[in-house]
Design a protein. Structure first.
Ligand SMILES: *[C@@H]1O[C@H](CO)[C@@H](O)[C@H](O)[C@H]1NC(C)=O
Ligand SMILES: *[C@@H]1O[C@H](CO)[C@@H](O)[C@H](O)[C@H]1NC(C)=O
Ligand SMILES: *[C@@H]1O[C@H](CO)[C@@H](O)[C@H](O)[C@H]1NC(C)=O
Ligand SMILES: *[C@@H]1O[C@H](CO)[C@@H](O)[C@H](O)[C@H]1NC(C)=O
Ligand SMILES: *[C@@H]1O[C@H](CO)[C@@H](O)[C@H](O)[C@H]1NC(C)=O
Length: 413
């Protein structure tokens, strides 16, 4: 009976998910696809992709891309900037407002100031992340970085494509000069990870890292790309009793489990769901978790915890730091501390095949306290961090049933 209900609920979930997802994916802007129709922008398009600006553009709702043709890109490329610097420069060419040919020629009082993605990264000093647009004599429109001393750096050439008032692609004559954007970003290895985390709500995790050998593992991976998921202070504080119970190796693995040895921006995480390795992964010891979208929220799932990304602390190639609302508990460390019960540990295969809520209960009835206060739950029980309100088994069963119905739906197709 319960199984039936779960299946019906899952089917309804799948249906509503499908209805919810379809329209947004069909309307989505794909800047790579648009520019691919114009060979004269192939260099610009290529660099939007390799700097990972393309997904960032696609995720915005009101945007103007100031494209520069292959000849105009020559000057930028001859400077042999780092990829990070090229990304800064190009992000100055993406305006966070809608400007088509008509709007450009009808600017109130002759000048407008547009914020850019460079401004939005937070790394643009002063007003260097703004572009000034000026209506000039004879119908020309000038573009310049705001702090350019009033000199016009580039002019409007033509409108390429526009969907009023969502996105517009225009051509401008040349790359906008910006010493700030071109300045080599500080060597990534000089970023003080723990300081960055401490300053933004992950001080307990940062202190724990400093006190262990894992801090060096993190620092050693920044240059080649690193994504850190730091639990917020409340989550980490209530987890500390469990942490202190781990062996030295266990402590190190737990901390390293909160890092991925690649750089993934938030939009990468949104678009690349699936199982990922962590800094703790070591051959047979997988120490992996699953990244999964939940609407616009990105969640990280382990067998016993579903954590959400609640904020972005740093997101600048090659380093991203995201704050989580929970500590991630790897199956490799927390399986063994289960209190002996007749039920086996919940393997995902078992859940997917036979959603039977009651058999997966490992804990006494649903904890009445929030998931983040394990102090009141039975000591050593892994299930207390699990849920957003229900017993682990039930959520597992729902999730399993969703997967099951999804597979079924695909077979039907
Ligand atoms: C955008 O278009 C390009 C080229 O047509 C394609 O390779 C890419 O997969 C598309 N991206 C998305 C997110 O649809
Ligand atoms: C345009 O300029 C006039 C006169 O300088 C000023 O009063 C007005 O506020 C300006 N409008 C805008 C939108 O800046
Ligand atoms: C423009 O964006 C809005 C908000 O995201 C959306 O509802 C609308 O459908 C978009 N219009 C077009 C023509 O894509
Ligand atoms: C990073 O900052 C922490 C304070 O959060 C400090 O103790 C540590 O020495 C700094 N590390 C480096 C390499 O500067
Ligand atoms: C720590 O481990 C001991 C022995 O396994 C156990 O009795 C205790 O409940 C654990 N404490 C916590 C907070 O997990």
């Amino acid at each position: 009976m319960q199984l039936r209900n779960a299946a019906v609920a899952a089917a309804a979930t799948v249906l509503s998910l499908t209805l919810f997802l379809l329209p947004s994916t069909t309307n989505a802007l794909n800047i790579t696809h648009i520019l691919a129709k114009y060979p004269e922008f192939s260099t610009f398009n290529h660099y939007l992709t390799v700097t990972q600006l393309a997904p960032e553009i696609n995720s915005r709702e009101t945007i103007t891309v100031c494209a520069v043709d292959n000849a105009g890109m020559g000057g930028l490329l001859s400077k042999h900037l780092t990829l990070g610097a090229i990304k800064n420069v190009l992000s100055l060419h993406i305006l966070l407002d809608y400007f088509d040919a008509k709007k450009l020629h009808l600017i109130t009082n002759g000048t407008a100031l547009a914020a850019t993605i460079y401004q939005a990264t937070g790394s643009a000093p002063g007003s260097s992340g703004f572009v000034k647009i000026t209506d000039l004599k004879g119908g020309a429109v000038g573009f310049s970085p705001e702090d350019n001393g009033g000199e016009v750096a580039a002019t409007f050439v033509k409108s390429v494509e526009a969907v009023p008032y969502n996105f517009s692609v225009i051509q401008i004559s040349t790359i906008l000069p910006s010493p700030e954007a071109e300045a080599p970003a500080p060597a990534p290895s000089q970023v003080n990870l723990t300081a960055a985390m401490s300053a933004h709500g992950c001080k307990v995790f940062a202190d724990t890292l400093l006190a262990s050998g894992a801090g060096e593992t993190f620092a050693g991976n920044i240059e080649s790309g690193l994504t850190v998921f730091c639990p917020g202070d409340d989550a980490m504080k209530s987890f500390l009793p469990k942490y202190k119970n781990l062996t030295a190796d266990g402590k190190q693995s737990l901390l390293e489990y909160h890092g991925m040895p690649v750089y993934e921006s938030l939009s990468d995480l949104r678009s690349n769901n699936g199982l990922v390795n962590t800094l703790a992964t070591d051959g047979a010891k997988q120490f992996s978790f699953t990244v999964q979208n939940d609407g616009t929220v990105v969640t990280i799932k382990t067998p016993t915890v579903t954590a959400r990304i609640v904020s972005t602390l740093v997101d600048k190639e090659p380093l991203a730091i995201f704050q989580l609302d929970k500590v991630l508990m790897p199956r490799e460390l927390f399986k063994s501390s289960l209190p002996p019960t007749p039920a086996p540990a919940p393997a995902p295969e078992a859940k997917a095949k036979a959603p039977k809520p009651s058999s997966n209960h490992k804990s006494p009835p649903a904890p009445a306290v929030p998931a983040d206060s394990p102090a009141d739950a039975p000591a050593g029980d892994v299930a207390d961090q699990t849920s957003n309100g229900g017993p682990a088994g039930f959520i597992g069963a729902r999730f399993g049933a969703v997967i099951f119905s999804l597979c079924f739906a695909f077979i039907q197709l």
